[in-house]
Design a protein around this ligand. Structure first.
Ligand SMILES: Cc1cc2nc3c(=O)[nH]c(=O)nc-3n(C[C@H](O)[C@H](O)[C@H](O)COP(=O)(O)OP(=O)(O)OC[C@H]3O[C@@H](n4cnc5c(N)ncnc54)[C@H](O)[C@@H]3O)c2cc1C
Length: 372
């Protein structure tokens, strides 16, 4: 059966869009490669986070804010459709500052961001709290932490459960999800698009490249931007500990099952997704500085995953100018943005409005001719 859309990539970005399109009655096929592909959705920290987003591009901060505001109903809807738990919570979060210099830089950054947008001045709430003020939110916080920025918007989920729920919800909506189906090539046909597979091909009227780092090779085949590169993040998790009433931080958070998730690094090491002892040691030292009570806690697992990064760190949303009907969606923070991808972005793609509504996010921004 010929579909309205095929989507290349079954990570959290491709699946959130598939969900949004299927919910709107579209026929969708998702083509996903296998575990030999890079898959950020299976190795991330699970934060649904606004803090730190959009410094330099306030519209990205606004989009992140919209997405986290939509997250509670998005999570509830997914749970109701599938019966699956996401371990989602939004009780606020704290981005820690280890010293006064970092604290000063953070406050300056947020004030500058808010100076650029009326909406953010009104709706982005945050406050700097010193260590003493943070203690009720982060019991046991170490003395060698200066403080942190608190925001009520931030939250966290289990990112693997999110991915599982998106897959389940999509299946129920009739999405044809093909696992272990790498796309070799993409091309225009007379009436749509064709994805060539190892065996056979799939066709649809329109197509979306949501292949994470796989977009580097595939997107240019349809006149779309290839401006993505890998940025490694290493993570650690401890054994399960008694649950403590505390807020999540990007540096460390306790998961619903009790383990402390510690992360993450930002390393430009190409496509190497191995872990390294010096980086893991740095992460563990930082964790003990934040929560000294973790000193004798056992670490049970370490891993690394590659972020899907663009040159400025903001998302890439674009429609092909040479091949109308083909779209490219790539971003860091695909967990945070999942609610937006399933709703506003899927609607914009459906109505072919991505180039008007989100022109700022096109890959063309990386190719502005320099003035003589
Ligand atoms: C360490 C780390 C921590 C992070 N923490 C957070 C966080 O706390 N909050 C947050 O919002 N974001 C976080 N992120 C970012 C988030 O994980 C990503 O933005 C998101 O997972 C990207 O999803 P994706 O679907 O675009 O990419 P991926 O998950 O990489 O999926 C791409 C998919 O495309 C498929 N594919 C590739 N090539 C082909 C092909 N040729 N044919 C068919 N399929 C193909 C792959 O199989 C894969 O499933 C983190 C990332 C990392 C690495």
């Amino acid at each position: 059966m010929r579909q309205d859309f095929f989507i290349v990539g079954g990570g959290v970005v491709g699946m959130a869009i598939a969900y949004g399109l299927a919910r709107a009655g579209q026929g969708v096929t998702v083509l996903d490669a296998d575990d030999t592909a890079f898959r950020a959705s299976r190795g991330n920290a699970g934060l649904t986070w606004v803090q730190g987003k959009g410094v330099g591009m306030p519209s990205y901060a606004e989009m992140s804010l919209d997405s986290v505001q939509a997250w509670p109903s998005f999570a509830l809807e997914l749970q109701q459709r599938t019966g699956l738990e996401l371990e989602y919570e939004r009780r606020g979060g704290v981005d820690l500052c280890l010293d006064e210099e970092e604290a000063h830089a953070r406050r300056t950054e947020y004030r500058e961001l808010q100076a650029q947008s009326e909406r953010l001045r009104r709706d982005f709430h945050w406050e700097y709290l010193d260590r003493e003020q943070l203690l009720p939110f982060l019991p046991g916080l170490g003395k060698r932490v200066a403080g942190g920025t608190w925001s009520p918007h931030d939250g966290h989920c289990n990112p693997l459960y999110l991915l599982r729920a998106l897959h389940a919800a999509c299946r129920r909506l009739g999405v044809d999800i093909r696992q272990a189906t790498p796309v070799e090539n993409l091309a225009r046909t007379e009436s749509g698009f064709r994805a060539t597979l190892r065996e056979g091909h799939v066709e649809a009227e329109r197509c979306i490249v949501a292949a994470g780092l796989g977009a580097k090779r595939l997107a240019p085949q349809l006149g779309l931007s290839d401006d993505v590169f890998p940025l490694r993040g290493q993570m650690l998790i401890t054994e399960r500990m008694p649950r403590v009433e505390q807020l999540p931080t990007p540096q460390i958070r306790q998961t619903a099952t009790g383990g402390y998730l510690i992360g993450d690094t930002h390393e430009r090491v190409g496509h190497d997704k191995g872990v390294t002892l010096p980086m893991l040691q740095t992460l563990a030292d930082k964790a003990v500085r934040i929560f000294p009570f973790l000193r004798s806690t056992r670490l049970v697992r370490a891993w690394a995953a590659l972020r899907v990064m663009t040159p400025d760190g903001y998302p890439l949303y674009e429609r092909s100018m040479t091949h109308p009907g083909a779209y490219n969606v790539n971003c860091h923070s695909g967990i945070t943005l999942a609610a937006f991808h399933a709703d506003g972005l899927a609607q914009a793609i459906l109505n072919d409005r991505i180039h008007t509504h989100f022109s700022q996010f096109s890959g063309a921004r990386f190719h502005v001719p320099s003035t003589p």
